[in-house]
Design a protein around this ligand. Sequence first.
Ligand code: UT7
Length: 355
Amino acid sequence: MSGKIKIAILAACKNKENMSKINAAITGISTYVPDYILTNDELSTMVDTNNEWILSRTGIKKRHILKGEGKGTSDMGAPAVLQLLKKTGTKAEDIDLLICTTVTPDMQFPATANIIADKAGLKNAFSFDLNAACSGFIYGLQTARTYILSGLYKKVIVVGADKMSSIVDYTDRTTCVLFGDGAGAVLLEPTTENFGIIDADLHSDGSGRIHLHQKAGGSAKPASHETIDAREHYIFQEGQAVFKFAVSRMADVSVDMMNKHHIKPEDLAWLVPHQANLRIIDATARRMRIDPKQVMINIQEYGNTTDATIPLCLHDYEKHLKKGDKIILSAFGGGFTWGAIYMKWAYDGAAVADR
Ligand code: UT7
């Protein structure tokens, strides 16, 4: 082998080595929740339910609802992104990519990500939506991570946002008590330190769609007078079936992640679970053999905000997060979709929380 070729190969190997040392890390979080609070007591004036049933079966005390003519998901996503830029001292024009994970886009097209990017002044970013229902935010993180690991993009925002109140049937007591509105945005950046997202394990199984979907408004059944009369633009959910899948899939994928990375229960700083039902969260934590104190829970405040639950948790617990904390994010949702992400937290949350 000639000396020149040898040097070229060595240089390529070194480059590869350097590239493989890059991780994608969350470097900031912000959220937006609307002011209006819908309590269990108010819901019990709308449908045949009561505070005791909702609290004991779901853990939810209240949820925030976006009110106002013409207000959509971008009206929560954009303020979350603007606050994120301020908090992290990032210029809007430096953002390369914005991914909005949502099941309640402002409109069928264009993407809500495009609208958020426009409202937040992200002139140089390309942007798109990603729909993986309640697992959307972790799908979004893994997608952002791969863009960063490619070396082509450096500053990526993932915003999980949903105006669930726009697709909730407030005459159906089995679903209307569950959901709320909100948004959470994170900034991801490359780091050569051993922090950030270490691994992701994502799954989907479309056969689960029979248990959880929205019947009309898509190309298979466009909106018509009939579909509106039949209330087919609202969430359809077979709660018990979804519950069973959620418990087993979320627990399996989280335990697998612990085993794969040899994480002992006492070594895990936090489980950050999707907030659909406190009983699903408790069952997942029990299977992981972790203490309830290691679990981020705020379902009582917001209900199930679909794409926003995990960033809302990270934000509410930010002051407790320490650099190097081992964290597992875990979610299950419509599709079915599910998965877990293992990360080592990249900054001291107490230094920036509440900014
Ligand atoms: O995030 C996306 C994924 N979604 C989920 O993970 C949700 C998974 N499912 C669940 O969280 C639970 O199945 C629900 C919270 C939706 C329901 O809880 P459950 O313990 O599975 O209740 P159930 O559906 O078995 O209903 C029990 C009873 C029924 O009455 P009968 O048939 O026993 O007389 C329901 O009609 O509770 C009744 N019920 C209610 N009662 C008062 C259902 N909803 C209500 C309500 N208030 N809001």
